[in-house]
Design a protein around this ligand. Structure first.
Ligand code: URA
Length: 432
């Protein structure tokens, strides 16, 4: 019989916990027999003393096993998932899920909603009229099998231990702890059931991890944990020091995703999607990354990826007429041209500030209960490295209410830094 007091003491002294102790903690905290104060003391001790990779893998597996686990074993090696650590303008799932499915992968995926400056795939998909993000397990499996792609919201019973623990960490200053972050993210991915997982670890001012070093540390921990739990895992560290693409906000991001899928746009967003999709395909199809990359480029060029996108959206009840004619997507009554007050190179965009500006326009939530406006958001006309003149349009702000403009404009402008010299270009993909 374990005692939580002894487990906390052990970790306080920097000793590794046994499998039995970790599982006792996760089970007890989930079912309510271990109180919040003891769980928070253990989390704080872990923050100070850390965890070995073995402890982290056991914690991850225990949290993944605390609720339902999606069984995708019928897809063999073909099931593949992607996880992004979040950012601004990150609509990669909308593009790479059908792209990978068009080339044979099975993307049966659970995605989240946006909170704060970070957007969420489920909100983006719900801006397509009729699209259903809540399906029965049977429907989820049937669509994944028939179409090759299905994306739904996270079910309440997926890794409930993580849900409870994350809420506790959020109010006890124990979120920013590498083993706790890695186990939290990977527990949900393991419960999601895919054999192969590609992690898109974002790095920069719009990301959870601000530096390439911190992002690499998290990526390393997650890859090792995933592999220890029997999955094929690979991580890419990608730039979130500037919003991805030009559109931020739910329907606006659907619009941009369609443009990439139709082969009309080959910018940073396109390149990140090709990199992530080719790594997903390399893992699930056994191709080299270079071979997979060529196939991805071809599937966009010849229309297969876009055709798969339409098939997927229709399978989940979405109205594909709005995708064929994008003017039918939700539109804001107010579209304001925000102009530059200065002249010079755009040297830096504090990307979380740009995300906050989109949120203030109605595109995101400050609190979980907030209702989002699917049409609201920002379309960027200039990005880091561009030379702009005073009076030049920097962005269009879309909103339902003119009164929301001043605060959003202030947040947007406060996020910008100008310079007289052209800033050095950061890589789009730091490492794999
Ligand atoms: N996202 C998660 O899901 N968990 C963490 O601990 C941090 C970010």
């Amino acid at each position: 019989m374990y005692r939580m007091y002894d487990i906390i003491t052990k970790k306080k002294h920097g000793e590794p916990l046994t499998e039995g102790e970790i599982r006792f903690f996760v089970e007890g905290y989930t079912n309510g027999t271990i109180p919040h104060e003891q769980a928070s003391a253990l989390c704080m001790a872990i923050c100070f003393r850390g965890m070995t990779m073995e402890e982290t893998a056991i914690l991850t597996d225990a949290m993944a096993s605390s609720g339902d686990r999606v069984d995708l074993s019928a897809f063999g090696d073909l099931s593949v998932d992607k996880h992004s650590t979040g950012g601004v303008g990150d609509k990669t799932t909308l593009i790479l899920a059908p792209l990978v499915a068009s080339l044979g992968g099975k993307v049966a995926k659970m995605s989240g909603r946006g909170l704060g400056h970070t957007g969420g795939t489920v909100d983006k998909l719900e801006s397509i009229p009729g699209y259903r993000t809540s399906l029965s397990p049977e429907e989820f499996f049937e669509i994944s099998n028939r179409v090759g792609v299905c994306v739904v919201g996270q079910s309440g019973v997926l890794a409930p231990a993580d849900k409870k623990l994350y809420a506790l960490r959020d109010v006890t200053a124990t979120v920013d702890c590498m083993p706790l972050i890695a186990s939290s993210i990977m527990s949900k991915k393991l419960a999601g059931g895919a054999k192969s997982i590609v992690l898109d670890v974002k790095c920069g001012s719009g990301a959870f991890m601000k530096t390439p070093e911190a992002a690499a540390e998290l990526a390393d921990a997650m890859v090792q944990v995933g592999q220890a739990c029997g999955r094929n895992v690979r991580a890419l560290i990608t730039n979130m020091d500037v919003p991805l693409g030009t559109h931020i906000g739910n329907a606006l991001e659907v619009k941009e995703a369609v443009s990439v899928l139709r082969g009309e746009q080959q910018d940073d967003l396109y390149r990140v999607c090709i990199a992530l999709a080719s790594n997903m395909l390399s893992l699930c199809m056994g191709w080299s990354v270079e071979e997979a990359e060529e196939k991805c480029i071809e599937a966009i060029r010849d229309g297969r990826a876009y055709a798969k996108f339409l098939e997927w959206i229709a399978a989940q009840g979405g109205d594909t007429a709005v995708l064929e004619d994008l003017s039918l997507l939700p539109v804001s009554p107010v579209c304001y041209a925000l102009t530059s007050k200065e002249e010079g190179y755009l040297a830096h965009m504090e990307t979380d500030g740009i995300g906050t500006a989109a949120c203030l326009l109605g595109a995101g939530r400050a609190k979980k209960e907030d209702v989002i406006d699917p049409a609201a958001g920002i379309v960027l006309c200039a990005k880091v490295g561009d030379y702009v003149k005073a009076g030049q349009t920097l962005a269009y702000l879309h909103t339902r209410d003119k009164a929301l403009l001043p605060a959003a404009e202030r947040a947007f402008l406060a996020s910008l830094t100008y310079s007289s010299a052209k800033p050095a270009e950061l890589p789009l993909i730091f490492t794999r």
